[in-house]
Design a protein around this ligand. Sequence first.
Ligand code: ADP
Ligand code: MG
Length: 587
Amino acid sequence: MRLTWSAAAVVVFLALVAGAPMFAPPFWVTLGNYIGLYSIAALGLVLLTGVAGQTSFGQAAFVGLGAYASAWLTTSYGSSPWVALAAGLAFTALVALALGFITLRMRGHYLPLATIAWGISLYFLFGNLEFLGGHTGMTGIPAIAIGGLELKSERSIWYLIWGTTLASLWATNNLLDSRPGRAIRSLRGGYEMAEAFGVDGARLKIVVFIYAALLAAVSGWLYVHLQRFVNPTPFSIIAGIEYLFMAVVGGAGSVWGAVVGAALITVLKQVLQDVLPQLLGRTGNFEMVVFGVLLIVLLQRARDGVWPWIERLLPKAPPAPVRDAAPLAPRDRGAASGPLLEVNAARKTFGGLVAVNDLSFRIEAGEIVGLIGPNGAGKSTTFALISGALALTSGDIRFRGASIGSRPPHEIARRGIGRTFQHVKLIPAMSVLDNVALGAYLRGRAGVGRAALRLDRQEEASTRAEAARQIARCGLDAHTFDAAGSLALGQQRIVEIARALASDPTLLLLDEPAAGLRYLEKRSLATLLRTLKGEGMTILLVEHDMDFVMGLADRLVVMDFGEKLAEGLPAEIQRNPAVREAYLGGV
Ligand code: ADP
Ligand code: MG
């Protein structure tokens, strides 16, 4: 019953899009065209800001680049709008690459400030370049022609605008549901987690930034050939703020948020512009004031934007089933002799504090080694040195004979080290299946282009099948399609292990996997780790809880104050007076 409801909603929406230019009054056709244009630019921000967590106020500047590139090329060189589109996109990509390279490395509020800075700069550049018509702008821009048909009227260009809008929504939605899409979702709040699965976070951020800029440029191109006139005003920082508002108000977590936000803000502004002067009996920019207040109220009431409200009314689509698919290729391990992991005089200092003091130990293939010690002993720091999250101060770490000391985490992941996090780092809103599939990132190839065009379905089916297999291996199959955030902490830790296993690691690093678990959960975790060992997995277990590791590890390395206090079989360690002293003294 409810499903037919949503089918009806889609049909009504498409019918509106298809029929509006024929039946709607001209005023609404114009407004609809603008909503389409704004949706495309706001969609870029849904991905960049809403999904990847990079706030940009500079989107309007990229709209301007697409617009001015086409305006200039078509009027000064008589090139066709289509050629100008290609040139404009190429140019925008270059500018976005350069700006992204400089600004995306900034963290916290520096990034938004930087986007404001270059957003303003580009705006003034448009206004000050003589050949772009300065602040008065350029006229005589030709209409877009498709096969001899010139899209001169608002009604005729409608189909191009909305066709492009729907295509952008489709491509972006595909992208979100793919290998790069899962990586993009994991960028939010720092990319430590993504890097641990082989994602080059810095590079991916720039790719997303360029994708968003290209959507903006397409919007600008359509705009300039709709208006047939251009000046710098629509590309000011105010417009940049408005695009951000559209994405946030609509709901920055879903592609449909872009359309809802663009529609809401465009219509609201229009209505206020018409109504307020009549109410107040005088003209002025009052609509901006009321508009601002309304937005604040809206954001107070609906922090995630309007789309989630609408989504609640629509029936939930059942999750796509996991199909049988060709298995993902195992990771190439190569032949290696000698110890799997060698830590040689590893040292890490934080200012004057020596957190890890010339620590050395080895792990042989197939062993479970426990790294234990009281709080503050330096276990997590050692873990971070091995996984690449921290750089060594001195010493070396070798994995399968090759030095990995101070290499970036995504390179270390590539060599076959999988890890979990002491503080669980899952994407709460994403299903367990998708979270685990992110672990298989390095076993897939599909990039942004293939994913957006949905050419990755074969690989995607294999990835999902592999993720489901790992989830079942860890005993969580009942929760495959649940949102990861809805699981209990103990289960979330197991999801992290399944995710690490999906990367087909040679060495599994676990940082305090038993922390915060109840007794039964600890027992099932121990059973799982024993099973993994039985299957030949090598595990380094960093643990504060000595009882937990005692029955599990083949060998223990005990740390205290950054140094190795003892090393040996669990029974030996248990009897060691220095170890007992360190633990009891710490209590
Ligand atoms: P453990 O995991 O064994 O409890 P850690 O490796 O987290 O211990 O910490 C070892 C020591 O290094 C502690 O004294 C801690 O305060 C310090 N430390 C850890 N990380 C940092 C950091 N990023 N900056 C400064 N000091 C740190
Ligand atoms: Mg720790």
